[in-house]
Design a protein around this ligand. Structure first.
Ligand code: FES
Length: 73
């Protein structure tokens, strides 16, 4: 589904950006340009970011050894 018509950004692209390292709405906006023109998509884009970040956190919490807990020796 298209989230940002001005930039042609879909919810899948937003999710991919988060899986590839974006960790905030600001990161997604800088990476994809979402909400950088008319701004009408900002609320939906934030919602997709929030839901995806929650999914990532839930999936990491389900791991026996969450990636964020590794410390280089
Ligand atoms: S719809 Fe996203 S900036 Fe216009």
């Amino acid at each position: 589904m298209y989230v940002c018509l001005c930039q042609g950004v879909t919810d899948g692209q937003i999710r991919d950006a988060i899986f590839e390292g974006c960790c905030s709405y600001r990161d997604v906006r800088e990476t994809l340009g979402v909400a950088s023109q008319c701004g009408k998509c900002a609320c939906l884009a934030k919602q997709v970011v929030r839901e995806t970040l929650n999914e990532v956190q839930s999936s990491q919490a389900a791991l026996a050894y969450p990636a964020a807990s590794f410390v280089a020796a």
